[in-house]
Design a protein around this ligand. Structure first.
Ligand SMILES: CC(=O)N[C@H]1[C@@H](OP(=O)(O)O)O[C@H](CO)[C@@H](O)[C@@H]1O
Ligand SMILES: [Mg+2]
Length: 563
């Protein structure tokens, strides 16, 4: 039961942040997002939710103010669960209801009812801790203050302001804090730089380094990522990083820069051009949880060869598979003890078909989930080592606790029986990867360091890496319809079940094109239906996408006029 004091505190605090008229908020794949100026009530309520989640779980919760790759005047809020992952899907309907409660009394009723259902004590003796972070957006500072007020509206909850952070940093800090390991921003840099150094120190001596350019140029999207990379750089040895678009020279966040722009437009971001031709370049998104690589192709325009999330995933998969096979190589019958690991690759339907073929040819197990990292992460967690990436560059590698403890034990054994052997080194490398790569969420900074370490290990240039396979030409279109939710899909979003009959026509259209593949789904973050098409030539991919777009118009207009 909620105490009287709690009830009046919640009523009084909520009344300070009335909801804007005529807007409906929905906790999508990216939390709540909207124009930053109308988000006050939503962020306040997200603070209330985070405090309740902390009481429920008995652990610290994260609250991040960011709108990732959206334009600068947008903002948003998302919650990190105790393991550093996304808020449990089970609480999303409550998040929606809370954000849209029309007045303080409705909100109080919702909170009291939910607390009863979930057994959350609100009698004033409980404690809760919420760690807050924000990116560099102009509305960030005041929204963070608003979130604090939401947290403080729950008696016993404490808000800890961690200041400006990348989204993955906040998730990492939440996870580390709850695991009882070192958890400050400095500890994050220290862990990344130490494990990176370990991987570099273990590069075989016979690697031909001449092919690899020592420098990487990084587009910071004029956001928090560039700023934090400059910090990390101070602690790194053995890597030359040049950060551009760090936001210090007046560029606008995500405006003609950043991983989303580079991946969707397939062009070089601003401040990159023909003088960088052939150099290894990377791009982060606005809150640094996405990473793509590219190299500039031409001296006359800003066309690029894009190395997207699928190719980053493939590079990591090649490396991890190789280390597992070295670790399990039978060099000496007497002491051989293998450490079998289930390695799983998780993609979405947006993964380029050529990447899936390549991964399968390597003998890897590839599975698909719907779009949205919460789905990919959950699936990847079913393996000893799960590697997941969205084509847009969000992804990571996760190691099960059980496998990690076996790996630690094996590494200790090998350090005695076979110190300095390739098998021992492989075990140490895998452990270093688990420290370097963010286990909580996709993280552009840790992903960048792992790419750099693996390329050095392989002795590969960016061109060699890009040649792992050739992407199939593809086209993505956005279709504006009256009600995008009229489209219902199944089979990891590759099949339309509603409107009935549409899938059959998509299939007929797709069958006309060699290597054709096409699917549609309603976006979870924008009010549109997305069409994705792939085929053996760009012209064919474009034509397929366009004809399916026409089908969507026909069917959805038909559906809507009969509802
Ligand atoms: C095709 C595409 O890139 N979709 C993105 C986009 O989701 P949509 O539901 O497609 O709008 O934003 C999500 C959150 O950032 C991200 O997880 C996802 O991959
Ligand atoms: Mg992002």
């Amino acid at each position: 039961m909620a105490s009287e004091k709690q009830r009046s505190l919640l009523l009084e605090s909520t009344s300070r942040f009335p909801i804007p008229p005529g807007v409906r908020f929905s906790y999508g794949t990216a939390g709540f997002r909207s124009d930053g100026l109308i988000l006050g009530s939503t962020v306040f309520r997200a603070g209330v939710l985070a405090a309740l989640r902390s009481i429920k779980t008995g652990h610290a919760i994260g609250l991040m103010i960011t709108a990732s790759h959206n334009p600068i005047f947008d903002n948003g809020v998302k919650i990190a669960d105790p393991d550093g992952g996304m808020l449990t899907q089970k609480w999303e309907p409550f998040a929606d209801a809370l954000a849209n409660a029309p007045d303080p009394q409705h909100l109080l009723d919702l909170v009291v009812q939910f607390a009863e259902e979930e057994n959350i004590p609100l009698c004033g003796t409980q404690s809760a801790e919420v760690l807050l972070g924000r990116d560099t957006r102009p509305t960030g500072e005041s929204l963070l203050e608003t979130a604090k007020q939401g947290i403080n509206a729950i008696i016993g909850a404490v808000a800890v302001d961690m200041g400006i952070l990348t989204t993955p940093q906040l998730h990492w800090i939440v996870r580390s804090r709850n695991k009882g390991t070192k958890a400050s921003e400095f500890d994050y840099y220290a862990q990344l730089s130490k494990s990176f150094r370990c991987l570099i120190d273990l590069i075989p001596e016979n690697i031909v380094k001449s092919e690899v350019d020592p420098k990487v140029l990084v587009d910071g999207a004029n956001g928090v990522g560039g700023e934090k990379l400059e910090e990390l750089k101070k602690m790194l040895k053995g890597l030359d990083i040049e950060v551009r678009n760090s936001g210090k020279k007046g560029g606008v966040l995500n405006d003609g820069v950043g991983a989303d722009y580079v991946q969707k437009e397939k062009v070089a971001p601003s401040s990159f051009g023909s003088i960088d031709m052939g150099l290894r370049c990377a791009s982060l998104d606005g809150d640094a949880d996405r990473l793509v690589y590219f190299h500039v192709l031409s001296a006359s325009d800003n066309s690029i060869d894009l190395i997207d999330g699928d190719k980053i995933l493939s590079l990591f998969a090649v490396f991890i598979k190789e280390q597992l096979s070295i670790l399990n190589r039978n060099e000496n019958d007497d002491v051989f003890n293998s450490l079998p690991a289930r390695l799983g690759i998780v993609q979405t339907a947006y993964a380029n078909g050529a990447s899936t073929d390549y991964l399968k040819q390597m003998g890897l197990e590839v599975v698909f989930t719907p779009t949205g990292v919460k789905y990919l992460h959950k699936k990847a967690a079913e393996y000893d080592i799960g590697i997941y990436f969205e084509a847009n560059g969000h992804g990571t590698i996760i190691f099960s606790e059980e496998f990690l403890s076996l790996l630690h034990a094996r590494s200790d054994e090998l350090s005695v029986s076979m110190a300095g052997s390739e098998r021992h080194k492989a075990a140490v490398r895998l452990l270093a990867v688990s420290q370097l790569i963010n286990q909580a969420v996709g993280d552009a900074l840790s992903g960048l360091l792992l790419v750099e370490a693996v390329l050095s290990y392989m002795g590969w240039s960016i061109v060699r890496w890009s040649q792992l396979y050739a992407d199939l030409p593809s086209r993505q279109l956005k279709v504006k319809v009256a009600d995008r939710n009229a489209v219902v899909t199944a089979n990891a979003e590759t099949e339309v079940v509603q409107p009935v009959g549409l899938q059959k026509l998509i299939d007929t259209e797709t069958a006309k094109y060699p290597r054709g593949r096409c699917f549609i789904r309603p976006s979870g973050t924008e009010d549109i239906v997305r069409v994705y098409a792939e085929a053996s030539t760009q012209e064919a991919a474009d034509r397929l996408a366009n004809s399916v777009m026409q089908l969507v118009y026909q069917f959805l207009d038909f559906t809507n006029s009969h509802v």
